[in-house]
Write a protein that binds this ligand. Structure first.
Ligand code: KDO
Length: 338
């Protein structure tokens, strides 16, 4: 073979490699460009139902809208710190998250009615309230003022108090002086105070260590979340206060949602509802069996005087500044939902 020939073949080979490489890089980029990216951030730990539900969301959407979306799930508050998700969504840095009533109340004060203890009776009551006319009405200012669009209501569970020491608790008076960790916002801290404790703000991800070292005396969470985050390993008592039938709202950045085609909006909403349904069913089932699990782990499970807790907590809320923001008649309407 002549030198000229060898050179030509080498050049052709090199061109082929460059072309292949070029394609290699270009193809995924083009794919990503065609897909709408949905970034999801949540402080939920992987074993918890409201973390797993996002995989249901992703799978459902992949089936109903194949190749249209690139759903990216970030657990453990790895992308955004707990409580900062709504602002990130409003700025367009995040498409989805499951936000709390406490997050919403910061911008929509009338929503604080749903942060009050002993208002929502049970998961069924919660779903009826948020999926009915009340939900439609209270979500309107959320969409307008917060620029996030709630798509489905997930039952986070019924919150119970857990303590690192062995203690008998009957009434709120027994929680006096207890450093009870609450998420860091004034609505959460008020709930801790209403329960009779000394509320201490801390992010969810820091609770395990704080219980272990004794920086805090206890925390409140639904029991499935306490199991998923292994809080039972560093607790001795569960007090079944059942003080908050908690919800989180699977929400989409309004700007990003409005940029979707109507049929995509419908599919995204359906996927969010499928995710919430998966979470709700599993969590409700879990809550029925979980007390036995905690007992098997050596924890003492105490049933306090719930009627007394309810009375004390409700009185504190009724007298609070927060209650001034509650729309007239809404409490009665919530109570009337059967
Ligand atoms: C918590 O920090 O106690 C809490 O239960 C508050 C909820 O609103 C929600 O943020 C939840 O944590 C996280 O999703 C972790 O389970």
């Amino acid at each position: 073979m002549s030198q000229k020939h060898v050179l030509r073949r080498t050049t052709l080979k090199a061109l082929a490699v460059v072309a292949a490489l070029g394609f290699g890089f270009a193809a995924p980029q083009a794919m990503a460009q065609n897909k709408t990216v949905i970034r999801i951030s949540t402080p939920a730990v992987p074993e918890d139902w409201h973390a797993k539900m996002w995989t249901v969301f992703k799978d459902t959407l992949e089936k109903s809208a194949p190749g249209e979306f690139d759903v990216q799930i970030h657990l453990n508050a790895a992308l955004f710190k707990q409580g900062t998700e709504p602002a990130a969504m409003a700025r367009g840095n995040l498409e989805m998250s499951a936000i709390s009533a406490q997050d919403i109340s910061k911008i929509v004060p009338e929503f604080s009615i749903f942060t009050a203890g002993y208002i929502i009776r049970d998961p069924d009551h919660q779903q009826k309230v948020f999926n009915g006319p009340i939900g439609e009405e209270v979500f309107k200012p959320v969409i307008q003022k917060m620029e996030v669009t709630p798509l489905a209501t997930a039952y986070l569970g019924t919150r119970q108090v857990m303590l690192r020491e062995d203690k008998n608790v009957t009434t709120p008076a027994d929680l006096k002086g207890i450093k009870l960790r609450m998420p860091a916002s004034k609505e959460w801290l008020f709930l801790g105070e209403a329960l009779g404790a000394t509320p201490t703000p801390l992010a969810f991800g820091e609770v395990y260590l704080a219980l272990k070292t004794g920086t805090i005396d206890g925390q409140d969470n639904p029991l499935p979340s306490a199991r998923a985050a292994k809080f039972y390993e560093v607790s001795k008592t569960v007090v079944m206060t059942s003080h908050l039938v908690d919800a989180i709202f699977l929400s989409y950045s309004t700007k990003a949602f409005n940029a979707l085609k109507p049929e995509q909006q419908k599919k995204v909403k359906e996927a969010a509802q499928a995710a919430a349904k998966y979470n709700n069913e599993n969590r409700i089932k879990d809550e029925k069996e979980i007390v036995d699990y905690f007992k098997s782990q050596g924890l003492k499970v105490v049933t306090p005087n719930v009627a007394e807790f309810r009375k004390v907590v409700q009185e504190k809320y009724q007298k609070s500044e927060m209650a001034n923001n509650w729309p007239k008649g809404l409490l009665q309407r919530i109570n009337d939902v059967k």
